[in-house]
Design a protein around this ligand. Structure first.
Ligand SMILES: CCCCCCCC/C=C\CCCCCCCC(=O)OC[C@H](COP(=O)(O)O[C@@H]1[C@H](O)[C@H](OP(=O)(O)O)[C@@H](O)[C@H](O)[C@H]1O)OC(=O)CCCCCCC/C=C\CCCCCCCC
Ligand SMILES: Nc1ccn([C@@H]2O[C@H](COP(=O)(O)O)[C@@H](O)[C@H]2O)c(=O)n1
Ligand SMILES: [Mg+2]
Ligand SMILES: [Mg+2]
Length: 223
């Protein structure tokens, strides 16, 4: 949903920056790589020690590169399979670092194995959500449903909650519970999304099989 409604807004916001970077000779791939490295560093340096405010600030500064790289590629007329492959593959790396960093906190000083498990579930189910669509598309199916929790929802929900929960370090009371609440919501939403996508692909595969059978029958009758 965020992807649908916020993308046009962010395209307008980032178009001047994307044009500037292109003029300076920066490539979309460089932005993809540097952005991912920044997200991974922010997540793995700050989150495992429970520094959620600063971790979120660093991650947020880099995560928007994921909207700038595609914008640059489109402006330069250089969108293609390589860029799409690189972008999507590195999205998985960035997501792993974000949820991995949070899981490390709960496995260590955060001392909460249940929340560690919920975070690992967010990581795994998020990857499955993305994989279902990628695999369906590679098989010639559309997977024509986005689902309730896409990547944008996973990231915005988790990062907003982590950033606010991090204010606990500065003495704001009670706010640390926002992160567990967001993680539970992302976990349940991702599970629902997996089912939405799997059921859609199952229907599309059945429709394709029916169409293929009907075409074979028609070809057989004609001969
Ligand atoms: C007191 C202060 C506290 C600190 C607060 C810090 C607040 C900052 C918090 C959060 C900001 C987070 C912003 C996160 C933005 C994420 C943007 C992003 O990367 O989106 C990527 C997404 C998808 O892009 P792609 O097409 O490249 O990726 C595809 C996708 O991954 C598919 O995955 P799937 O959905 O299938 O799981 C893959 O299948 C595919 O392979 C892959 O290519 O882009 C978008 O969705 C575009 C829309 C982005 C919308 C961002 C909205 C940000 C809005 C608000 C944040 C402001 C929050 C303010 C909080 C204030 C708190 C006080
Ligand atoms: N290095 C890159 C990154 C992205 N692309 C193209 O942009 C599409 C993704 O757009 P976003 O707005 O979501 O970043 C991707 O599918 C590629 O077509 C690219 O070419 N090179
Ligand atoms: Mg991108
Ligand atoms: Mg991306």
């Amino acid at each position: 949903m965020l992807n649908k409604y916020a993308r046009a807004f962010f395209t307008r916001v980032f178009t001047p920056l994307a044009a500037f970077l292109l003029r300076k000779g920066v490539s979309p791939d460089a932005v993809t790589l540097v952005g991912t490295a920044g997200v991974v560093a922010g997540a793995l340096v700050f989150f495992p020690r429970g520094s959620f405010f600063w971790g979120t600030i660093v991650i947020t500064a880099f995560v928007f590169s994921d909207l700038v790289d595609g914008n640059m590629a489109r402006q330069a007329g250089r969108s293609g399979p390589w860029g799409a492959f690189l972008d999507s593959s590195l999205d998985r790396v960035a997501d792993s670092a974000i949820f991995g960093g949070i899981a490390m906190w709960y496995a260590g000083k955060g001392d909460n194995l249940l929340l560690c498990a919920v975070t690992v579930f967010c990581l795994a189910s998020g990857q499955v959500v993305s994989y279902t669509k990628a695999r369906a598309e590679s098989l010639g199916l559309k997977c024509d449903v986005n689902g309730v929790v896409e990547r944008a929802e996973r990231l915005v929900g988790t990062l907003v909650a982590a950033g606010l929960a991090g204010l606990h370090e500065f003495g704001v009371p009670g706010i640390q519970w926002l992160l567990p609440i967001a993680l539970w919501l992302v976990a349940v939403g991702s599970l629902i999304t997996v089912f939405q996508r799997v059921l859609t692909v199952r229907r599309e595969a059945a429709e394709l099989a029916e169409l293929t059978a009907a075409e074979s029958a028609a070809t057989g009758e004609a001969q």
